[in-house]
Design a protein around this ligand. Structure first.
Ligand code: AMP
Length: 471
């Protein structure tokens, strides 16, 4: 099934004299969620001003572009897509001139029924500019005759299936929506403006608020529509059919460790993944090292639980750019080497536990194990701080097709042999859920939790998809 898999971040600021600059900074803080395009739309004198481009936030926006984005309201977006559709027409926020005024939309997530909606709309004569699922939402809204934008959005939402954290900007309001499952995060914050009034801010992750000195207020809830207009802030449930399925992979890999996601510190969850992993799959060794950066908190947790010292055995070059010119054939595994360099001083003659956040195709682990062995390690024990990745994500995280997921086709022993490690262990599903406060262990202590339905989606690890999947 071809999907429009996308990883993204959204941002919004309402009633602030530097709205576009706040968006710029917020997106900058969330650059890890998408590096292929960036965009900001502001509202000035009832009209939208738009600037979008391919590339990083710092490359797309310079002083002149930010000066043009006048107004006290703005929304923004960064995007990453691997489907070969990195075209400017797919960059967000997407803007449209509807009968009742201009509308801009920024979307994090993926609509699983977008193809069906798109075909239906095309059959009715709709013309699409790009290939992403978000454009469907604008078309659906344009078919609603209400002149109240919030009413129009509310009547469209029940037609959408899948993952969506939306920020809309009309000429009168900023509207924030989360799907009924709450797959992707969306948080609300506040900041004082130059007149001492409250300015509302909304973002995919709380790390955006830290950079702009905004206070975290709360999450936008699954199934909630929140909007701000001249009269103030409003909130409603747009649906009563709510089935919490927050993406556990946000905690495993995707979010920044300094963010609070779904009410829990990502750093703390990752440390807990490492602790559980050490409890489940301890092994005698001299040193615990992370694959930087994503494996660092889990390795700290593993080391704390096992009592085996933590060291940086691999150093990451943070300045690796896309324009790097590679030698044609004289250096093997250059891709991983330019980024990661093993330290002989830490590794030589040692029994080493290497902790990474996840193993997807297995090729990265294989290269890392080879590098560590070349640096003189005596034994290499790979520990993965999440369960085997067995299914693709249809809700907005870019995972390869099932055919490329090594754990979907090979046994633990086969994977161990492929990555050339002396031993390999993954975190169990129970350990994963326990670390985010939903495990059987907690259930034993707390009857309320024992019978509680899991509120996380872990489809990439257990194959249980919370929504229908459409062909
Ligand atoms: P591989 O097993 O070679 O496919 O790569 C696994 C590595 O990719 C892990 O170290 C993760 O940190 C990283 N990773 C996992 N999921 C993603 C993703 N959705 N986007 C980018 N990198 C990822």
């Amino acid at each position: 099934m071809k999907t429009w898999r996308e990883e993204c971040a959204v941002f919004g600021a309402w009633n602030h004299e530097e709205a576009a600059r706040l968006a710029y900074l917020g997106l900058y803080a969330m650059q890890h969620r998408g590096q292929e395009s960036a965009g900001i739309v502001s509202l000035h004198a009832g009209e939208h001003r738009v600037h979008k481009g391919l590339g990083l936030v710092v490359d797309v926006f310079k002083e002149p572009e930010l000066c043009e984005l006048k107004g006290r309201v703005s929304i923004g977006h960064v995007r990453y897509s691997t489907t070969g559709e990195n075209r400017i027409v797919n960059a967000q926020p997407m803007v449209a001139g509807l009968l009742n005024g201009p509308v801009a939309i920024a979307h994090n997530g993926n609509l699983v029924n977008a193809k069906i909606i798109r075909k239906k709309l095309q059959a009715q004569g709709a013309i699409f500019q790009g290939t992403n699922d978000t454009e469907c939402v604008l078309h659906l809204i344009s078919h609603i005759s209400s002149d109240d934008f919030v009413t129009s959005v509310k009547s469209v939402l029940p037609q959408l299936e899948g993952a969506f954290s939306f920020v809309f900007l009309s000429h009168r309001e900023m509207v924030c929506v989360r799907d009924r499952y709450g797959f992707r995060p969306l948080v609300l914050g506040k900041k004082k403006n130059d007149q001492g009034e409250d300015a509302w801010v909304v973002a995919s992750e709380t790390c955006a608020f830290d950079l702009i000195d905004a206070q975290y207020v709360r999450e936008i809830e699954p199934g909630e529509i929140f909007w701000v207009d001249e009269k103030g802030a409003h909130s409603e449930k747009w649906t009563h059919s709510i089935h919490s399925a927050k993406c556990v992979f946000e905690h495993v890999y995707f979010s920044r460790p300094d963010s609070v996601v779904f009410g829990q510190s990502v750093y703390e969850s990752r440390k807990a993944f490492g602790r559980w992993l050490a409890k489940e799959s301890g092994v005698a060794a001299d040193v615990v090292i992370p694959v930087p950066d994503s494996g660092v908190p889990a390795a700290i947790g593993y080391s704390a639980e096992s009592g085996i010292p933590f060291e940086f055995g691999i150093i990451r070059n943070h300045y690796v750019g896309r324009t790097f010119i590679q030698p044609h054939q004289s250096v093997r595994d250059i891709g991983v080497k330019i980024k990661l360099n093993p330290q002989r001083a830490v590794l030589s003659g040692k029994k080493v536990i290497v902790v990474d956040d996840s193993l997807v195709r297995g090729t990265t682990s294989q290269k890392i194990v080879r590098l560590i062995r070349q640096a003189g390690a005596k034994e290499i024990h790979v520990r993965i701080a999440s369960p085997p990745t067995v299914g693709p994500c249809y809700y907005g995280v870019d995972t390869p097709q099932k055919s490329q997921l090594i754990a979907a086709h090979q046994s633990l022993e086969e994977i161990r042999a492929f990555i050339e490690a002396d031993s390999l262990a993954y975190l169990s599903l129970d350990g994963l859920f326990s670390a985010v406060g939903e495990g059987r262990e907690e259930g034993r202590e707390n009857n309320a939790l024992k019978n509680k339905e899991k509120s996380y989606c872990a489809a990439c690890f257990n194959g249980e998809y919370p929504t229908p999947l459409f062909e």
